[in-house]
Design a protein around this ligand. Structure first.
Ligand code: H79
Length: 466
């Protein structure tokens, strides 16, 4: 006979951050930062949950096409995928004149979608700088008819609107003379012997310029995988950046810590970087004790790609955001503006729809923490002190949202959107049930409807132990 005991065994969410592995120094500890200081530094980022990634550069001109053909892969890789020599690629600069660029419009677009920060490419793998730099003439000011810095005005508009601002920077550089091999071609994975320090100095010089003109809150490195870039290089650059701006938040691609496209930081040693970077992926389970951000595209390209019409639906994007928040991460959702400076219409439409959903339900995303439950069959869950948010993707046939029984007192449940209809709650020995009934009559319920459960105190889950 199986004897069953009812036990309160789990108090959730006591701490966030710190090393995932006991006994192993977390990156911030390598930098001699206390957990309290780190939590303070990461606070805005953890609350934000949703940001806009912007991939903009010369690659928006060919927009994925070369010699009359659409090239496979994302458009920002065109130099590589179409095997364009440096001199040929350089010709694009003379055609870059984004007269429609209106940073205020981009910031309003992000803000209206419910996004709390923007991360923009300052220099992608093609090495082209979208800002005013004295380190090279391969930049928007020196090489294009537009001849003005693109990033400082965007940073300024972000601040004005109350959004945070981040800079993407590629370590791999297909144009820098330390990484190219002659004028005719380049090597995407090597650095010339004896010229590494020159390139590191160039990078630091550019980071200094960006810190000076844009004062970024996030430094988002990429292109760290070539073998010549090492973990000690990453740690040294991390220390340099934090030394220049102690409060800045830096991703794990500054060093060699990330696990491939899964993006989370390996735990065999302490690596540089403050957060993991899954790319085009969402972790399968909740990861409440580590900081991470999934970056994803709306179609299949980061840069503007004219012929890529493989758009995800607004429903998928909203559910990705919910899924990520329920697992304790951030969603960095990408747009690829055109060479004229416009965010493409399909992206605008989706951002507007996400924004309408966020206007009604943003409370269930911003400032929340990961779900205290393992999988729930009908959707996802997030939490805040005193509240659980239940995101309903599929209304159960019997109209009951089932959760494990709580030892915490449940005051009631209600729909977040619409007129806040109250929902009956009942609890059996093993199960908390919210009586949802038929599909809730709230706007955009087809994306996800949200039920708020008001609770007294920390969540304590009753567990049946056999
Ligand atoms: O900027 C966008 C892309 O252009 C860039 N990152 C996003 C944010 C990107 N560059 N490369 N990729 C995406 C895919 C590259 C994958 C690989 Fe690897 C690089 C395969 C092998 C080396 C990553 C690092 C996976 C394994 C090691």
């Amino acid at each position: 006979m199986v004897r069953r005991m009812l036990l309160v065994i789990w108090i959730w969410g006591i701490s966030v951050g710190g090393s995932a592995v006991p006994g192993l120094a977390a990156p911030h500890e390598v930098f001699h930062e206390s957990t309290v200081d780190r939590d303070a530094r990461m606070a805005w980022w953890r609350e934000a949950r949703f940001g806009m990634f912007i991939h903009w550069g010369l690659y928006a001109i060919p927009a994925g096409n070369w010699n009359g053909k659409t090239c496979p892969g994302p458009s920002e890789w065109l130099m590589n995928s179409a095997d364009i020599p440096v001199a040929g690629y350089e010709e694009l600069a003379a055609k870059f004149n984004p007269v429609s660029y209106d940073p205020r419009k981009w910031v309003a677009t992000a803000k209206n979608a419910g996004m709390k920060y923007i991360v923009v490419t300052s220099k992608h793998h093609d090495g082209f700088s979208l800002f005013d730099t004295s380190a090279t003439d391969w930049d928007v000011v020196s090489a294009t008819p537009y001849a003005r810095d693109l990033l400082a005005p965007l940073a300024k508009e972000c601040r004005r609107a109350g959004l945070r601002f981040g800079i993407y920077y590629s370590i791999m550089d297909w144009h820098h003379p330390a990484q190219t091999h002659g004028d005719e071609n380049y090597n995407p994975t090597r650095i010339k012997p004896g010229r590494k320090q020159e390139y590191i100095d160039f990078t630091k010089h550019q980071i200094d310029e960006l810190l000076e003109t844009c004062d970024p809150d996030v430094l988002w490195f990429d292109g760290e995988w070539p073998d010549w870039w090492t973990e000690p290089d990453g740690k040294e650059l991390y220390s340099y950046c934090r030394g220049r701006k102690p409060g800045v938040i830096i991703n794990n691609r500054i060093g060699k810590g990330r696990k491939g496209m899964e993006g989370l930081t390996k735990d065999d040693q302490a690596y540089a970087g403050d957060f993991g970077t899954p790319e085009q992926e969402i972790p399968a389970t909740g990861l409440p004790a580590v900081d991470w951000e999934s970056c994803m595209t709306m179609n299949d390209s980061w840069g503007y790609k004219r012929d890529d019409e493989n758009w995800k639906s607004a429903c998928t994007l909203v559910r990705n955001l919910i899924d990520i928040a329920s697992k304790g991460g951030n969603y960095l959702l990408n747009v690829g503006p055109t060479a004229e400076g416009e965010i493409p219409a399909p992206s605008m439409e989706r951002l507007q729809k996400i924004g309408r959903w966020m206007d009604l339900n943003g409370e269930s995303i911003h400032g929340t923490e990961a779900s205290p439950f393992e999988k729930v069959t009908w959707g996802r869950c997030t939490r805040k002190p005193g509240k659980l948010y239940l995101h309903v993707f599929d209304v159960p046939e019997d109209g009951l949202l089932r959760l494990p029984a709580l030892a915490t007192n449940v005051r009631g449940a209600r729909l977040l959107a619409g007129d806040g209809l109250r929902l009956p709650v009942s609890q059996s020995r093993n199960e908390l049930q919210i009586h949802l009934g038929a599909a809730p009559d709230v706007p955009l319920a087809e994306l996800a409807s949200v039920v708020v459960v008001d609770i007294d105190g920390p969540i304590q889950i009753m567990r049946t132990v056999d």
